[in-house]
Design a protein. Structure first.
Length: 204
């Protein structure tokens, strides 16, 4: 499979990941957001939504690789470093999504009081994950802006969305990743559409 085809599919992965993220956030807010962890983690909604969250995070990682690959020759050292930080942060988020999907329901059955007492409290791991993923994507957005390959407006949306995600997550506000997701959708759509156009042009 050609590199440009892989990049195109990676763009689609980013697009789907962020659409899923928005849908999950809306449904969570409308259903189990205000329930105790020990109650919510045993519901069908929890299992479904956090399984989708895990899938979305994996797709986001694939999308990040594709976005980087499309402009890697123009990103320089700063772009490489920002990609590494964003990759580490995104991988840590997938680990957290795995825990929410599989560990939290088990804890809700075995030690519900412990889960309710400690799950909502900020931990070093959660804070570090949040910091790395938001700062990593913020820097990566700046690198995309400097590379001048993807639409600059999309890069600005990712930058603003990453910063807002950091602030709003610390404030425990709902829909904290919305602006970021819009930016990633834009980048993913651009990759998918661009590669489709270039493929069409090559066959004409």
């Amino acid at each position: 499979m050609r590199t440009h085809t892989l990049i195109r599919w990676g763009g689609l992965a980013a697009l789907i990941a962020s659409i899923l993220s928005i849908i999950i956030s809306v449904v969570l807010m409308a259903t189990i957001r205000n329930q105790a962890y020990s109650t919510a983690a045993l519901t069908i909604e929890w299992s479904l939504l956090y399984t989708l969250r895990l899938i979305a995070t994996i797709l986001l990682m694939l999308g990040l690789i594709a976005i980087f690959a499309r402009q890697s020759q123009k990103m320089g050292t700063f772009g490489i470093v920002s990609f590494i930080i964003a990759s580490i942060g995104t991988m840590l988020v997938s680990g957290f999504a795995w825990a929410l999907t599989f560990t939290f329901p088990a804890m809700a059955e075995a030690v519900p009081e412990f889960l309710d007492a400690h799950a909502a409290a900020p931990s070093i791991g959660v804070v570090l994950t949040l910091f790395l993923v938001t700062i990593g994507w913020l820097l990566f957005g700046i690198a995309c802006l400097r590379a001048k390959v993807l639409p600059s407006a999309a890069a600005w949306v990712v930058i603003a969305g990453s910063f807002l995600a950091l602030v709003l997550n610390m404030a425990k506000a709902p829909m904290s990743w919305l602006i970021f997701d819009v930016g990633v959708i834009w980048m993913g759509w651009w990759l998918w559409k661009e590669r489709a156009q270039s493929t069409q042009s090559s066959t004409d």
